[in-house]
Design a protein around this ligand. Structure first.
Ligand code: CP3
Length: 367
């Protein structure tokens, strides 16, 4: 099948999340869930049985199908979709092999050990050639969504990707990746800049393909001290938001809202709210009232129920979700989500209760 073109997209019927991000009036908090297309859904497991994880990412029809699964299942209870892909497609595009291993998660077959290993990275990555499959998946999904909800694109932030490229997978201490910061600060900055350049190009390409909002995942932000966050994360996060926006304007593309999710980096909330992102996403360890005070309505806030609360039974979910909506309050630009991705063993009906509660309570408090 010839790929569909990034034009004549169906008219958007629900722009609640875009309005919340831009600080316009909303009748209730929009809600979506990180990892909403994932293993907790039986329809995901069924498709996943026959295909490897990255095969799905690289096959636009399959990535599109998975992106739509939660939208089809929950209907009007979800206010956004996020393209099915992974943050590790950038390291792959840079020349590193990544496998998804059952029970272990992502595994790099040959992680970076010292800066000499830069010789194994592709010199000038052709982003369209290497990651064009993500663009095709986005364009196809924009058509198949038929305007039901906006489609989000995303990337992993430079520090998080650098850490994966050195650790070679998940890690409790990030001792290897952080050793680079102490042993090879100059080379660490060089690597972060290389990732940043690709990230900017990739995000602009996602918008060109049809992404209507962008999220940057700094999943390992909280592993850095405030000093090191300012040195090794924040400058690159700022470059990304600023340069992506410049390029969107220069290319005559829509200036889409951008979200930063720096998990664990509560200490940087003020700086993040002054970093050219429209939305700052919070993990569950941040008190919404504190976040509202520190960010002073400069950004929309996204989050942040503890993902494990979905194991608490329907009554507890209703209670905790209600408390969260009240904490953000009726005057805030709140985009409801969990404080991190939904866990693979959650009951899909528990998520339904969360979504229903958020929509009901956040509409009630705005009446
Ligand atoms: O629905 C969506 O949110 C869109 C798709 C999406 C996935 N990964 C699919 C996925 C998104 C936005 C991501 C981002 C991602 N990937 C992050 C940032 C968010 C976060 O969690 O902090 C990170 C760190 C990754 C890297 C990654 N990919 C890990 C650590 C894992 C393994 C997790 C585990 O528990 O095993 C993945 C795999 C992955 N990415 C799955 C999905 C649906 C499950 C893979 C499978 O089916 O085996």
């Amino acid at each position: 099948m010839a790929p569909l073109k990034a034009e004549n997209f169906p008219k958007l019927q629900n722009d609640l999340i875009l309005r919340a991000a831009r600080g316009e009036k909303i009748e209730r908090a929009p809600v979506w869930i990180m990892r909403q297309a994932g293993r907790y859904l039986p329809e995901f497991q069924k498709l996943r049985k026959n295909h490897s994880f990255f095969e799905i990412c690289r096959t636009p029809e399959l990535a599109c199908e998975l992106t739509l699964q939660p939208i089809d299942r929950y209907g009007k209870l979800l206010d956004a979709s996020i393209i099915f892909s992974d943050i590790l497609v950038i390291p792959q595009a840079m020349g590193l092999e990544v496998l998804m291993v059952a029970g272990r998660g992502p595994v790099f077959t040959a992680p970076l050990e010292t800066p000499e290993d830069f010789s194994r990275l592709t010199e000038n990555v052709n982003v369209t050639k290497e990651l064009g499959y993500v663009y095709e998946a986005i364009t196809l999904t924009r058509h198949k969504l038929e305007g039901r909800v906006p489609l989000l694109g995303f990337i992993g932030a430079p520090w998080t990707l650098m850490a994966y490229m050195i650790e070679g997978g998940g890690s409790k201490t990030l001792a290897k990746a952080k050793s680079w910061l102490w042993k090879y600060p100059k080379e660490s900055h060089a690597l972060l800049q290389r990732i940043t350049d690709i990230a900017i190009e990739f995000l602009v390409g996602q918008v060109r393909a049809g992404a209507q909002m962008l999220q940057v995942f700094e999943s390992w932000g909280g592993e850095l001290s405030p000093y090191d966050f300012n040195e090794y994360s924040l400058p690159y996060l700022r470059q990304i938001s600023t340069k992506v926006k410049e390029r969107l304007v220069n290319e005559g593309l829509d200036l889409v809202p951008m979200t930063i999710f720096a998990k664990g980096s509560w200490y940087a909330l003020k700086e993040l709210s002054e970093s050219n992102y429209e939305v700052v996403s919070l993990d569950w360890t941040v008190d919404p009232v504190y976040a509202l005070e520190v960010t002073n309505n400069k950004v929309a806030l996204q989050g942040n129920m503890d993902p494990t609360a979905l194991y608490g039974g329907f009554d507890a979910i209703r209670e905790i979700a209600t408390r969260m909506v009240h904490a953000f309050g009726k005057d805030s630009r709140h985009i409801a989500n969990l404080g991190h991705g939904i866990l693979p063993t959650v009951d899909p009906e528990a998520l339904r209760v969360y979504l229903e509660t958020v929509q009901k309570v956040s509409a009630e408090i705005r009446k």
